[in-house]
Design a protein around this ligand. Structure first.
Ligand code: NAP
Length: 323
């Protein structure tokens, strides 16, 4: 069978794109796929001559991959909203557009943060593990005591799309809602009765601290040992943003020593590696980066990736341009 004509653009799907996006790209482009375990060297082998790269949160798009792709590259379309794995400056210099998938995963990720909040506050992972291991010997008035969320003070760090949706979801149960942001959000203050505070105040006052800021040099280790020490001993820390926001060794120590009550994490600095100290830490709910993992969100994200790639290849403005 003859290969695609020379004018057919090639797209490198670095790992895997769901059919909702892949089929639309395949109708107009030659597809090269790295697969779920594609190593950086394999991606560089596949990249020469592609017009588009579809990345995801686990893929590093650096100068090496951009060089390997070469001058035909027009767009790096991220199958995620967080684009910290992409060297934006190198893309900008080369005139390569960068796009992401905002909004369509906001509900899914905020709902997962809520699930982690409930699970960590009520220590459901430990309780279930005890039951499954046959350690449950009967109703025990003092076992698995957790934090009640009704009336609790919540602190949302990063009141963007997901942080705001999380605040909306907890609003009916919450007492105070505090938020930490670089700029004030008057709408949220009005509609959610949220109060802007500095990080130190948020940590000192909140029963639940939920992180929703992007991974940037500024947010790196924004929760370290000093910040954990400032938190209430009955407090719960939730991270569905990025692993780099939290110093995992400091968090594990705070959990071991009772500095905070519990944590719920969906993200880690060096995924899929999970720091051993967190695996061993008590009262810690650990999920494998499933924030956006609903059928609806992932299909919409995949379709959005196709919209962005196809727009750039047609010479149009992509709907979700970051660069
Ligand atoms: P977004 O709308 O851009 O919200 C991020 C917010 O963080 C912005 O409002 C920004 O506020 C704020 N921010 C930035 N730097 C900050 C700082 N130093 N201190 C406090 N706030 C700061 O993004 P989003 O769609 O809500 O997504 C948020 C993040 O969630 C993504 O970057 C991604 O890493 C993560 N995420 C994870 C999953 C998952 O599967 N677990 C899924 C989706 C997203 P201002 O610029 O207004 O100050």
């Amino acid at each position: 069978m003859a290969g695609p004509p020379q004018s057919t653009p090639s797209v490198l799907i670095a790992r895997r794109l769901l059919p909702a996006g892949r089929e639309r790209l395949a109708a107009e482009c030659e597809i090269r796929e790295g697969g779920l375990d594609a190593a950086p060297e394999r991606l560089r082998e596949l990249a020469p001559g592609v017009a588009a790269i579809v990345a995801d949160p686990t893929v590093t798009v650096d100068g090496g991959l951009l060089d390997a792709a070469g001058e035909r590259l027009q767009v790096v379309a991220n199958f995620a909203v967080g684009y910290d794995g992409i060297d934006l400056e190198s893309c900008r210099r080369r005139g390569v557009a960068v796009t992401n998938t905002p909004d369509v995963l906001t509900n899914a990720t905020a709902e997962l943060a809520l699930a982690l909040t409930l699970a960590a506050a009520r220590r459901t992972t430990d309780a279930e593990a005890d039951l499954r291991a046959g350690r449950w010997t009967g109703w025990d008035p003092g076992a698995h005591l957790g934090l009640e969320l009704s009336g609790a003070t919540f602190a949302v760090v990063g009141l963007g799309r997901i942080g705001r949706r999380y605040a909306e979801l907890v609003r009916p149960a919450a007492g105070e809602i505090l938020y930490v942001a670089r700029r004030p959000k008057p709408d949220a203050e009005r509609e959610l009765r949220a109060t802007r505070v500095k990080l130190e105040d948020a940590l000192r006052r909140a029963h639940v601290v939920s992180l929703h800021a992007p991974a940037t040099p500024e947010t790196r280790n924004m929760i370290g040992s000093a910040e954990l020490a400032a938190m209430r001993p009955e407090a719960v820390l939730i991270n569905t943003a990025r692993g780099s926001l939290v110093d995992s060794a400091a968090l594990a120590a705070a959990l071991r020593e009772g500095g905070i009550a519990s944590a719920g994490l969906d993200v880690y600095e060096d995924e899929p590696a999970v720091p051993a100290e967190l695996l061993e830490a008590p009262r810690c709910v650990l999920l494998p980066h499933i924030g956006s993992a609903t059928r609806r969100a992932r299909d919409a994200m995949a379709s959005m990736v196709a919209d962005n790639v196809l727009a750039v290849l047609r010479g149009e403005e992509p709907p979700n341009r970051v660069v």
